[in-house]
Design a protein around this ligand. Structure first.
Ligand SMILES: [Zn+2]
Length: 247
């Protein structure tokens, strides 16, 4: 059986029996997978420090048709992002990102853009980049990659195009914005100014500042947070377990 090798992010680890681990990981080319690492807790030779939560590791594994679990043969640590496990705030946010990725991507749904997003966001969190910016960026882009982008180009009720002027209201059951003639701003239908709508559009399209700082205006974050929270809860059908520890 030919072994497959993929850069992967470790999402979840469970101890089984005396020496085995069941590892859930997001691979760059095959999406989310679950594998058993036989004897991993005793033999540290094949898996040197590479099976910790949030680590980026190259994993070697084999798959059998019809089997849910693959067999992990060996692994090599690429990045271990230690502060994600030692700082409670970072741990909470990283766990939230992982939970959202797991919900949006069932096993074996490959998406290299989602892998890149998770990798870049975990790396940026570890480096101490702005947490609130990263949260909003991750939520907007992950939902889009999962097939739930928010429709921003026109009013979802009267269909009038949104020209980037004036406030717009988010209607979660329509998955898009509405104009102020069709809807009122309330706690359930939060409003956004043109800067927030434009920013959300860029985030959904995959904005990542390679050379500039990873920063969103405070007022934009304040407007996008409730919009994304309602959107995620409506589309997923519940609040994420890890969202309660985020504050
Ligand atoms: Zn309208």
């Amino acid at each position: 059986m030919k072994a497959h090798v993929s850069p992967s992010i470790i999402l979840r680890i469970k101890e089984i029996g005396e020496s085995d681990l069941v590892v859930t990981f997001f691979s760059a080319d095959r999406g989310r997978l679950r594998g058993i690492a036989k004897g991993a807790r005793r033999s540290r030779r094949r898996f040197v420090n590479c099976l910790d939560h949030f680590c980026l590791s190259t994993l070697e594994y084999t798959e059998k048709p019809g089997r849910d679990l693959c067999f992990l043969q060996s692994g090599k640590l690429l990045e271990n992002f230690p502060s994600l496990r030692s700082d409670y705030t970072l741990l909470s946010l990283a766990s939230y990102m992982v939970e959202l990725a797991e919900i949006l991507f069932p096993l074996r749904v490959a998406d290299s853009a989602m892998f890149e997003l998770l990798k870049k966001c975990l790396g940026a969190l570890h480096e101490g980049k702005e947490k609130e910016t990263l949260r909003v960026l991750f939520e907007a882009r992950a939902m889009t990659l999962g097939g739930y982008g928010i429709q921003l180009h026109g009013c979802s009720i009267c269909k009038r195009p949104y020209e980037g002027e004036g406030r717009a209201v988010f209607k979660c059951e329509r998955g898009g914005i509405a104009c102020l003639k069709c809807a009122r701003e309330t706690a359930d239908t939060p409003g956004m100014n043109p800067l927030s709508v434009g920013t959300l559009d860029r985030l959904q399209s995959g904005w990542w500042p390679e050379h500039a700082s990873l920063h969103l205006e405070e007022e934009v974050i304040q407007e996008l947070r409730p919009v994304l929270a309602r959107h995620i809860e409506y589309r997923i059908g519940r609040r994420l377990k890890t969202s309660t520890s985020l504050g």
